[in-house]
Write a protein of this length. Structure first.
Ligand code: KG4
Ligand code: ZN
Length: 380
């Protein structure tokens, strides 16, 4: 089986080919991050135009890299929701057109589902354990922060969500306050390497249950920076970075990252207490690239050592002996999964893998003449 997948929900134009067993045969991502670094954020109109320029060459390259032609492709898959309207349109119209012209079934995939299924993809013939059901997934991206319970493939129950900002958005906004470049997540992580995570105490939001709130944390950083620099609270956020030393920036980055990671992990611990039958905890989305988060979640986990060695490329088949006894923050019975770091951000391989598991589960294709984009719709 060969699936040509397309992703264009935000500012990455991506195409990939997925083969049998959810193995990646090619994966092409053209990022617009350099364009938007100059603006400090994504401009939807510009993103849509850039997708239009890039999409056909990217699809061609994905086929070429896999050494395949259109005749080898069995299915087309595309992200139809959620995301930026103009961006989603370019990807879905391209996929619809190819599905109609080439006579291939079309699978429409929800973006958050794709992020979760990045945990199932196989790269370079190397196999690792896959998550087992029932599982709890934490989707953490620029637009979403959700805890999702999955009893089985293609079954999703949202049990926690952010009431305001997404955690990735919070990384991006705090980076702006500290004068660090866009996108904020990687910049904060880099600056934090030289900082003290315990230097500034930042409060955890007081929200019972499994929902999140991140706008208060961003404001807490803003106030702490103003206080540190002896400035009035009326000082605009864009002026603050000029008053901070590199050391102060590093300490704020580290303290913020520490707090944000702890907030995420504490909620997952609560979620697990409510679902003791869960066998896996799965992380997904751009923020799951964060090293501190990965270390905290994987340390002492049932499969933590195996995962770490696989990430370092140590073992070809993931057959690593001597896993720790278990006793990480999620206990000894649960396995913890992160996608390989390079598949945490937006890419089309994960779209193809999500479609693969739809096809394998007998889910029917979409109508290529009647596929609508949905800029805001819950996972399904
Ligand atoms: O999943 P993604 O690539 O796009 C969306 O679907 O939103 O996520 C992008 C988000 C951005 O907010 C970015 O700052 C954040 O992921 N991010 C990180 C890291 N790398 C990317 N956040 C924290 N630490 C990172 N290393
Ligand atoms: Zn995404």
């Amino acid at each position: 089986m060969k699936i040509l997948a397309i992703e264009s929900s935000c500012d990455e134009t991506a195409a990939a080919v997925i083969g049998d067993g959810a193995e990646i045969l090619s994966n092409v991502v053209v990022s617009q991050v350099d364009i938007f670094a100059a603006y400090g954020g994504v401009i939807p109109e510009v993103a849509a135009r850039s997708h239009l320029e890039a999409i056909l060459p990217v699809v061609h390259k994905a086929l070429d890299d896999a050494r395949l032609t259109k005749d080898d492709i069995d299915y087309i898959a595309v992200t139809y929701a959620p995301g930026l309207l103009g961006s989603l349109l370019i990807g879905t119209l391209t996929a619809r057109m190819l599905a109609i012209l080439w006579g291939k079934p079309l699978y429409a995939v929800h973006h958050l589902k794709s992020h979760i299924y990045a945990n199932w993809l196989i790269d370079g013939g190397r196999d690792i354990d896959r998550p087992e059901f029932p599982l709890l997934a934490l989707v953490i991206s620029g637009g979403h922060t959700q805890i999702i319970y999955m009893p089985g493939h293609n079954q999703f129950e949202i049990i926690g969500t952010t009431r305001d900002d997404a955690v990735g958005e919070c990384f991006d906004k705090v980076a702006k306050i500290l004068g660090l470049p866009y996108p904020g997540g990687p910049s904060i992580a880099k600056a934090a390497e030289k900082g003290d995570p315990l230097k500034y105490h930042l409060p955890h939001p007081k929200i019972d249950g499994l929902d999140f709130s991140f706008s208060g944390l961003k404001t807490a950083v803003l106030r702490a920076v103003q206080a540190e620099c002896n400035l009035p609270i009326t000082t605009p956020s864009y002026e603050l970075a000029g008053y901070l030393t590199e050391k102060q920036k590093a300490d704020f980055a580290a303290s913020f990252q520490e707090t944000a990671c702890n907030i995420l992990l504490e909620k997952m611990q609560i979620a697990l207490r409510g679902h003791p039958e869960a066998r896996s905890v799965v992380f997904a989305g751009g923020v799951s690239a964060n090293k501190v988060l990965r270390e905290k979640a994987l340390r002492g986990a049932k499969n933590g050592l195996k995962h770490e060695l696989f990430e370092r490329g140590g073992d070809k088949n993931g057959e690593v002996a001597g896993d720790e006894a278990g006793g990480g923050i999620f206990g000894s019975e649960v396995e913890v999964f992160f996608p390989e770091a390079k598949y945490t951000g937006d890419n089309a391989a994960m779209v193809g893998v999500a479609a693969y598991y739809e096809i394998m589960s007998g889910v029917g294709p979409a109508d290529p003449y009647d596929l609508n984009i949905m800029p805001r719709v819950p996972i399904k």
